[in-house]
Write a protein that binds this ligand. Structure first.
Ligand SMILES: Nc1ncnc2c1ncn2[C@@H]1O[C@H](COP(=O)(O)OP(=O)(O)OP(=O)(O)O)[C@@H](O)[C@H]1O
Ligand SMILES: [Mg+2]
Length: 250
């Protein structure tokens, strides 16, 4: 296997007395889709905030492209090629779709024309080509999710962290956006996605990591982790795997 683009090594983070992330490790292979799943409150978003520099870990290391980047601020990590989307989508109201994407494009392009080109290209790539001049607040939920994706992509990331980009979408909207995500990985963007929509995880991810109460309790292919009794317990509660097993036997 190639060297991972991202390695999270035994990272911990406390919010006061709460150990939200507890010695969690994860790695992402280049140009692959890795999924991070786990019950609500498991610490998934906190882990993304650490990887993207919005929070500093209390313990552990983050390595990106062979370098130790632990504790670097978000703008530095963005320059290195790490971008994230936010679970709660908040476009800049009063700006058009194009202008929203442009904010990200200015990271690598000071000249307005070059940045506009990138914004337009990225807008088309996520399927917002026809909406570029509309106000961002006129977009539907699905449109806002695409815009969130575009804003991150406009920074031309090597690593893209997607925090529940499919949440709140209906099945047909999910079917439409899954190929957009797959195409990004095909053109070399490494993706780590937090996702509750298991069908999408199964079809997109090569590797799945499972976080529960701050700890990484399982890792493997989608088939391996969904068959893991520890994972079933984490989702359905204590004793669930045994009960399910018993139910199967009858
Ligand atoms: N800024 C904060 N201050 C204090 N506690 C926080 C903060 N952010 C998150 N937490 C707590 O840390 C734990 C992990 O939260 P986190 O948002 O990382 O979980 P998650 O796995 O992303 O959950 P979800 O699936 O609901 O998005 C939760 O108990 C949450 O209440
Ligand atoms: Mg979250």
């Amino acid at each position: 296997m190639a060297d991972p683009l991202l390695s999270v090594e035994r990272v911990s983070h406390r919010f006061g007395g709460l150990l939200a992330v507890n010695a969690a490790s994860l790695s992402a292979q280049p140009s692959c889709i890795t999924a991070l799943i786990g019950p609500n409150g498991a610490g998934k978003t906190t882990l993304f905030s650490i990887i993207s520099g919005f929070l500093k870990p209390d313990e552990g290391r983050i390595r990106f492209a062979g370098e130790d980047v632990t504790g670097e601020p978000p703008h530095r990590l963005a320059r290195r090629g790490i971008a994230r989307t936010f679970q709660i989508v908040q476009p800049f109201v009063g700006l058009s779709v194009r202008e929203n994407i442009l904010v990200g494009a200015h990271l690598h392009h000071r000249a307005r024309d070059a940045a506009l080109n990138v914004a337009e290209q990225v807008g088309r790539e996520v399927g917002l080509g026809a909406m570029l001049d509309r106000p961002a607040d006129s977009l539907t939920v699905a449109g806002r999710k695409r815009l969130e994706l575009a804003r991150a992509l406009a920074t031309e990331p090597r690593l893209l962290l997607l925090d529940e980009v499919l949440a709140g979408l209906n099945p047909s909207e999910i079917r439409d956006i899954v190929p957009v995500i797959r195409a990004l990985c095909d053109r070399g963007v490494t993706i780590v996605m937090i996702e509750h929509v298991m069908q999408a995880v199964m079809s997109l991810a090569r590797q799945v990591f499972v976080l529960a109460e701050g700890r990484m309790i399982a890792a493997g292919t989608p088939g391996e982790v969904t068959a893991d009794p520890l994972v079933v317990e984490a989702y359905l509660g204590h004793g669930a795997a045994k009960k399910l097993g018993a139910a199967h036997e009858h």
